[in-house]
Design a binder for this molecule. Structure first.
Ligand code: ATP
Ligand code: MG
Length: 429
């Protein structure tokens, strides 16, 4: 196929075989967030480029090299959103729903776009579920975010496969002091740093901390520690968070080098990581961003949030064999009709049954093919039962009721009794 008729590299179709698992995952998260009192918000996929530059920061990987940016027909520079926080902050400001100090607990889901090198777990269009909380500044809410994800891992059967890493970046003042100390230290070792780190030292020195280069890592072993520069307030906040995680029994490790790639964080940052996905190990990441709303023109408004990558979590469910058994069956009952009159009867019968059993997954296949080929299709559909409606059944106003998974013999059931019978033998989720 010519290249222009193929999907863009790193942008994937999610095929019908995969969507049940996606919907299971998304549904599980949505239910959980509903239960904790979070409300969904939906933002556009495209925003002014300036929004992302101002919020994410000019010297970050995302803004420097990962954004899909283009001029529209008016000459405005627009960008496909690389993440959700910027747009969410824009939206709450635009609609004035945080300006009076109102608490907002919001979540969103959807595609994000980053021009990265595609590989397993890393794509150019990928999907996140994210959430943002505004106007709550205590460690209790940071803890709530983590507790919710912990519950999610529990529901999905992933608890043993993920690890929580935590750090505190302090306030922008204490971070500034630490940055100075770090720059002074690293400058003294400038010639021994890898090239990337030399560049970051000038543009975004904290990012040197998450270098993958072993030599630079060795130098960093003696670098000043962020924890020693934390202001009292941030320290107390961090202790408050840890106490709450301890109270719930959530294990964590402190990772003093966790800085996150975006400029807007302060105080708490965290990542849930796994070793089950190779290099793409972060499945959920976030933190506090108390300065961001003000930086974007609003009143000072504390904020905290996270985002999780759906592709990586779906990959994990598959890799760890945590795909629920019932997802393999998308049809409960498969109705086969033979002959024109029976076909008409089958349609109205199936509609009557749907009225009575709105959750029944009933597929109807009329006309085409012999008994044998219809049964093959019924079997392949994964259905538990086939219903047969031919001329004989039509005359007697019954259907043949045939168990497909070894649950007994075929029997004849009157149309009027069919819904009640199905209700007893098909367990509906
Ligand atoms: P990474 O270090 O893997 O590049 P990140 O720090 O850039 O991740 P965030 O901006 O924090 O990622 O996004 C939150 C989550 O979204 C990540 O933890 C990951 O699960 C997912 N994610 C980020 N970028 C991609 C991508 N290109 N493809 C798939 N998932 C992604
Ligand atoms: Mg990244």
């Amino acid at each position: 196929m010519s290249k222009s008729l193929q999907a863009i590299r790193g942008m994937n179709d999610i095929l019908p075989e995969q969507t049940p698992l996606w919907r299971y995952f998304e549904g599980t998260v949505a239910r959980l967030l509903d239960n904790y009192g979070y409300r969904q918000i939906r933002m556009p996929i495209v925003e002014f480029t300036e929004l992302f530059k101002r919020s994410i920061g000019e010297v970050t990987d995302i803004v420097e090299k990962e954004m899909y940016t283009f001029d529209d027909r008016n000459g405005d520079s627009l960008t496909l959103r690389p993440e959700g926080t910027a747009a969410c902050v824009r939206a709450v400001l635009e609609h004035g729903i945080t300006g009076g100090g109102q608490v907002q607990k919001l979540w969103y889901i959807g595609p994000m776009f980053r021009h990265e090198r595609p590989q397993k777990g890393r794509y150019r269009q990928f999907h996140q579920i994210g959430l943002e909380v505004f106007n709550l500044d205590g460690p209790d809410i940071d803890a709530e975010l983590i507790v919710m994800t912990w519950r999610l891992w529990g529901e999905l059967g992933l608890r043993d496969a993920v690890k929580l890493e935590l750090n505190s970046l302090g306030t922008s003042e204490s971070r500034g002091r630490y940055r100075e100390a770090l720059v002074e230290f690293l400058s003294a070792h400038l010639d021994k740093l890898d090239e990337d780190s030399q560049r970051r030292l000038k543009t975004n020195p904290l990012r040197v901390l998450d270098t993958k280069n072993a030599d630079t890592q060795a130098i960093l072993a003696d670098a000043p520690k962020m924890a020693d520069y934390l202001d009292d307030e941030s320290r107390a906040h961090f202790e408050g968070l840890k106490a709450r995680l301890d109270a719930v029994g959530i294990p964590y490790v402190i990772n003093p080098k966790l800085v996150r790639g975006l400029d807007y964080y302060s105080k708490t940052v965290f990542e849930w990581v796994t070793d089950k996905l190779g290099a793409q190990g972060t499945v959920c990441a976030g933190g506090r961003y108390d300065g961001l709303v003000e930086q974007m023109g609003g009143k000072p408004t504390p904020g905290v949030g996270f985002a999780m990558g759906i592709e990586r979590l779906v990959l994990m469910l598959e890799a760890l064999d945590k795909v629920p058994e019932e997802l393999s069956r998308q049809v409960d009952v498969y109705l086969c009709a033979f002959g024109e009159a029976a076909e008409l009867a089958a349609l109205s019968l199936s509609e009557r049954i749907r009225d009575q059993l709105p959750n029944l997954r009933l597929q109807i296949n009329a006309g085409a093919g012999s008994f044998k080929s219809q049964f093959k299709k019924a079997d392949k559909s994964g259905a538990l039962y086939a219903l047969i409606l031919g001329d004989d059944e039509l005359a007697q106003q019954v259907v043949g009721f045939k168990p497909l998974r070894g649950q007994g013999e075929q029997q004849s059931i009157a149309w009027d009794a069919l819904a009640a019978h199905l209700a007893t033998c098909v367990v509906q989720g």
